[in-house]
Design a protein around this ligand. Structure first.
Ligand SMILES: [Zn+2]
Length: 287
C-alpha cells in the first residue's frame, strides 16, 4: 500500500535530509513500534534496523527510477513526448520543483558519496539508471551514516543520540545494510520477555533512575542506580553488576559465565534463556 502511486507522489520525500519526515514513514514507524511492543519514542533508525526493514524512502526512490527507466524503454509516442517535455521543463530557470528535478536531487545526494547517477545527458537525452547500483549505493550510504555515529555514550547527556550509540555499540550487526531481523524476533518466545529484551536493545528500558529523578539532561556519570546506589545505571550495570539483579544471575547461571559484555550476551544462542534472564532483570526496574 505504501508503494501505491509512489512513482508520482513519492518524489517529494527522496532527499537524504527528509529520510524520516514523511507522514507515511512516521505512521509505519509507529506501527513497527506497536508491533515490537514499545510505547516510548525510540529513534527511527534504531527501530527500522531492529525490525530488519529499510525506510520507505528506499522503495520510493527505486519506484521512481523504475518508472523513469520504463518511460525510456516505452515505444508509446505520448510517453516519449511527456518525457521530453519533463526534461525541457526542468531545464527552464527557476523550475526546481518538477518531478525530474526532485528525483535528480535525490540522486545527487547519492552522488555526493562518490557515485555518478545521471538522468539526462548533456545533449538532453534521457538516460536509464541501473537499479542494482542504485540499491547498492543507498545501502552504502545507510552504512556510512551508522559509521558516522561516533562517541562515548557515557559522555552524552542528549538521550536520543545516546540511544543510537548504545544500539550501535551493543546490538548493531557488522553489516547494518543486511537489514536482518534479530533471530530472537523470529522465534516463538514468551511475548512479555521478548518485549523486555527489545526495550533494552532499543534503548527505551527505564534504566538511569537518577536521570528520571533529576531530568533528562543529567550528565551520564551522575545517573547513579537508585536500586543499589553503586554504579551508573545502564544496560551493562543492570545485567552484569547491579545488586538488585543478583538473584537473576543466580537463577540463570547458564547465561553469564561465558560473556563479559552486553554485545556478547545478546549473541547467546539459547534465545529462550536469554529473554527470560533479561525479562527477570527488567522486572527489577519497576519494583
Ligand atoms: Zn544498581
Amino acid at each position: 500500500m505504501a508503494l501505491y502511486g509512489a512513482q508520482i507522489w513519492g518524489a517529494v520525500f527522496l532527499r537524504e535530509a527528509v529520510l524520516f519526515d514523511s507522514p507515511l514513514q512516521r505512521l509505519w514507524s509507529h506501527a513497527l513500534r506497536r508491533a515490537l511492543g514499545q510505547r516510548s519514542a525510540c529513534a527511527h533508525r534504531v527501530l527500522l534496523q531492529e525490525a530488519g526493514a529499510r525506510p520507505l524512502q528506499f522503495y520510493w526512490l527505486r519506484a521512481c527510477v523504475m518508472f523513469w527507466n520504463g518511460c525510456i524503454e516505452s515505444d508509446n509516442s505520448l510517453v516519449r513526448v511527456a518525457l521530453l517535455g519533463e526534461i525541457t521543463l526542468r531545464a527552464k530557470p527557476g523550475k526546481s520543483a518538477t518531478w525530474l528535478s526532485r528525483v535528480a536531487a535525490a540522486l545527487s545526494d547519492l552522488n555526493a558519496q562518490g557515485h555518478s547517477f545521471t538522468l539526462v545527458s548533456r545533449e538532453r537525452n534521457p538516460l536509464p539508471v541501473p537499479l542494482d547500483s542504485l540499491a547498492l549505493a543507498w545501502d552504502q550510504r545507510w552504512d556510512k551514516q551508522w559509521a558516522g555515529i561516533r562517541g562515548d555514550p557515557r559522555q552524552l547527556t542528549e538521550v536520543p543520540a545516546r540511544r543510537l550509540l548504545v544500539y550501535k555499540g551493543h546490538f548493531l550487526s557488522a553489516k547494518p545494510s543486511a537489514f536482518e531481523r534479530p533471530a530472537y524476533l523470529s522465534e516463538m518466545l514468551p511475548w512479555r520477555a521478548v518485549r523486555s529484551l527489545t526495550q533494552l536493545r532499543l534503548g527505551v528500558a527505564p534504566v538511569r533512575s537518577t536521570c528520571r529523578a533529576r531530568g533528562e539532561d543529567t550528565p551520564y556519570c551522575q545517573r547513579v542506580c537508585l536500586r543499589c546506589g553503586a554504579g551508573v545505571d545502564d544496560e551493562h550495570h543492570l545485567l552484569f553488576d547491579c545488586a538488585s539483579t543478583a538473584a537473576c544471575r543466580r537463577d540463570y547461571p547458564g547465561v553469564l559465565p561465558q560473556v563479559q559484555t552486553v554485545r556478547e550476551l545478546v549473541k547467546c544462542a539459547d534465545h529462550l534463556l536469554l529473554v527470560k534472564f533479561v525479562h527477570a532483570c527488567a522486572e527489577r526496574l519497576t519494583q
